[in-house]
Every structure is written in structure tokens, then in C-alpha cells.
Design a protein around this ligand. Structure first.
Ligand SMILES: C[S@@+](CC[C@H](N)C(=O)[O-])C[C@H]1O[C@@H](n2cnc3c(N)ncnc32)[C@H](O)[C@@H]1O
Length: 352
């Protein structure tokens, strides 16, 4: 086939942008760890010496980092004053952990992708899975911080109210299971909002449950919240009014078996809430920047995790509503609907 030089030039332009973004990912991680974005957002405009002094770092390194961030469009540079600053929008994405669009934690997840790459390369050849419990440490805290943004701004405000009658039960005093709870961010947010209810977090990864317990103790939530190591098919079936699966159903080897267990564990008129990454049903619906990010996470994280578990169903993080409906229906639920959505998540309600 003949090479089209315009197409080649355009593709090379795209690839140079990609190389810059990929290399800069480690510098985003570093900027987040060292508080460089936070200090610049709070005290800028600053030159490299001022930012280095404010963060206890070395000026020469900080000077190069600032130039790379300005070239990335992540910070602003004023050539007249020689100072750098952050626009409010840049600060929201990179410096403010509590903003609704914080992405600064993603560097941890990207670091884990590179650290774990040899295991995933082997898995491509063997077809075997790589479980969540075999991943690099930084994946767990990175995931917790990455998802916290969405939960903090949507869970109590929009997602729970979108479920039929659930908020009334939570206000009166309900029993809630948070399955695949990871570090328990969602569990804590619900417990803080509904002090009359009891929350039980379960995850099959011991390290995550230990971190969830520690954070709940620090938040002084007392016995309203407890955590235990259990898989989605073995947690105690004790009549929950609400069972939540936050960003984990598609990670499971046997989501239908998990769904059957949820059904057995619900109180009469109980609700299963399933939060999944936003996705269309067909590949062509997801060939966009968000689908690109999710398919990449899915290849390195979600599919290997599911393949590591009995069942190996491997829904993938871009399963879409039709595939989730199939799982829920196969698990014996008769009612299923999309209850809420954000640009990043779809929230489903299922009832027996
Ligand atoms: C992407 S993380 C989401 C964690 C948490 N729900 C959050 O949103 O921050 C997926 C979680 O599912 C857990 N998980 C995967 N398979 C599981 C299973 N079969 N039973 C219980 N937990 C599981 C993992 O250990 C991990 O904590």
C-alpha cells in the first residue's frame, strides 16, 4: 500500500503527543507526591526557586519539571515574569483532592501498570489470570483515591436518591453490604451520611480490608461500620436492605454466581445497586477518549483479575448495559433499570 505522507505526518504528530503524555505520567505522580501542584495552586505565581523552597525540593529538578508541565498545558508560564501558575481548572484536576474532577491520583494506577507489565505480558501468552491480590501496592491506594472523586460528589447526592425507597430506609436505619469495597471509601461516605444505618464492607483482598479498617477507625465511625475479608460469593447472607457493588462486578470471575449470592443475601424488598464504568454496548460506541482509558485499565487490570477467579467470565470494564442486564437476569433478578449516570459511571438498580 502506498504511504500517504499527510496521513503519516498527522499520525506522527499524534504519536509525539502520546509519548509526551506517557512520559509525563510519572511526573504527574511525582508532582502529586511532592505536593508541587498543591503548592503552586495555593501560592503561585512562582518561579522554580520559590516552588522548590515551598516544597522542600531541589530547584534544578523543579525548574525542569515546571517546564515539562507548562509544555504539557498542565500549568501556565508567563515569560515576562518567569513565573508559573495554575488556572482554576488545572488546579481542580491536579491539585484539589476534593474537587469533582480530581485526576491527580491516576499516576499511581499508571505506575502499577508498568510495574505489573511483566505479569500481564506472561498472562497474554498463558491465558491465566493475574488477581488483584498479586498487584503492586500503589494500585490499591491509587484506585481508592481515583474513584473517591466520583463517590464523594454523586453517591449520597444523586445515586442513592435515584434508587426506589432506599434513602428513606437508610435514614430510618438499614443494613447495607458494600461488596468489593476496596479501601472502603464508599462505605465510609454512606456511613457518614446515614448515622442510623449499619454498613458491612467485604473484599477478597486482605490488604484492602486492613486499609479500610484503619481509615474507618481514623474517621471515628465506631461500630456502625465493619469490614471483613470475603469474596462476593461467601460474605454472610444476613438480610441486607441494600447491597452495593462499586466498580467491581466486571472484575469478578463469576458475576452471575455473585449475583445469585446477592439475591440470597437481600432482605425482602431489598435492592442491589451496581455501579459500573460508563460504556455503550458495542465496541464502536466506546471508541472515544473515555473508552480508550477504560479499555486500557480493563486490559491490564479488570480482565486479568476476572480470569484469575473461578468462572473467568471477564466482562471487561466496557461491558455496557446489555451485558450487565444479562448477568443480573441470569442471577435471578426480575427487575433491572439504569437509575442514574454521570459521564464516568452508570448506576443500575436490581430487585428480585
Ligand atoms: C476496581 S476495585 C474497586 C474497589 C472499590 N469498590 C472502589 O470503588 O474503590 C475492584 C475491587 O473488587 C475486589 N474484588 C475483585 N474480585 C472480587 C471478588 N470475587 N469478591 C470480592 N471482591 C472482589 C478487588 O479486591 C478490588 O478491591
Amino acid at each position: 500500500m502506498e504511504v500517504d505522507s499527510d496521513r503519516l505526518n498527522a499520525f506522527m504528530g499524534k504519536m509525539i503527543t502520546e509519548v509526551g503524555a506517557a512520559m509525563n505520567a510519572s511526573l504527574v505522580l511525582l508532582g502529586d507526591k511532592l505536593g508541587l501542584y498543591r503548592a503552586l495552586a495555593a501560592k503561585g505565581p512562582m518561579n522554580s526557586a520559590e516552588l522548590a523552597s515551598a516544597t522542600g525540593t531541589n530547584e534544578r529538578y523543579v525548574r525542569e519539571w515546571l517546564a515539562s508541565q507548562a509544555a504539557s498545558g498542565y500549568v501556565e508560564y508567563d515569560s515576562t515574569s518567569g513565573k508559573f501558575s495554575m488556572l482554576p481548572e488545572q488546579a481542580m484536576a491536579l491539585a484539589d483532592e476534593d474537587s469533582p474532577v480530581f485526576l491527580g491520583a491516576v499516576g499511581n494506577v499508571i505506575a502499577a501498570a508498568f510495574l505489573d507489565e511483566p505479569k500481564i505480558t506472561d498472562a497474554f501468552k498463558s491465558g491465566k489470570g493475574v488477581g488483584w491480590n498479586r498487584r503492586s501496592e500503589c494500585l490499591f491506594c491509587g484506585t481508592a483515591r481515583f474513584f473517591r472523586t466520583g463517590y464523594m460528589h454523586h453517591l449520597v447526592q444523586e445515586w442513592l436518591p435515584a434508587l426506589d425507597g432506599v434513602v428513606d430506609k437508610l435514614k430510618r436505619g438499614a443494613k447495607v453490604a458494600d461488596v468489593g469495597c476496596g479501601h472502603g471509601v464508599s462505605t465510609r461516605l454512606m456511613a457518614e451520611a446515614f448515622p442510623n444505618s449499619r454498613f458491612y464492607g467485604f473484599d477478597y483482598h486482605e490488604g484492602s480490608i486492613a486499609a479500610a479498617r484503619k481509615a474507618a477507625t481514623e474517621a471515628k465511625l465506631g461500630d456502625r461500620v465493619s469490614f471483613a475479608v470475603h469474596s462476593a460469593k461467601t460474605y454472610p447472607a444476613e438480610g441486607y436492605d441494600l447491597v452495593c457493588f462499586f466498580d467491581c462486578l466486571h472484575d469478578m470471575g463469576d458475576p452471575v454466581g455473585a449475583g445469585r449470592h446477592v439475591r440470597d443475601s437481600l432482605a425482602p424488598h431489598g435492592t442491589w445497586m451496581i455501579v459500573e464504568p460508563a460504556a455503550g454496548d458495542r465496541i464502536e460506541d466506546n471508541l472515544n477518549p473515555l473508552g480508550r482509558a477504560f479499555y486500557s485499565f480493563s486490559t491490564f487490570l479488570c480482565v486479568p483479575n476476572s480470569l484469575s477467579q473461578p468462572g473467568g467470565y471477564a466482562l471487561g470494564a466496557q461491558a455496557g448495559e446489555a451485558a450487565i442486564r444479562q448477568v443480573v437476569t441470569d442471577a435471578g433478578f426480575t427487575r433491572f433499570r439504569r437509575a442514574a449516570q454521570t459521564p464516568f459511571n452508570l448506576v443500575y438498580e436490581a430487585k428480585p
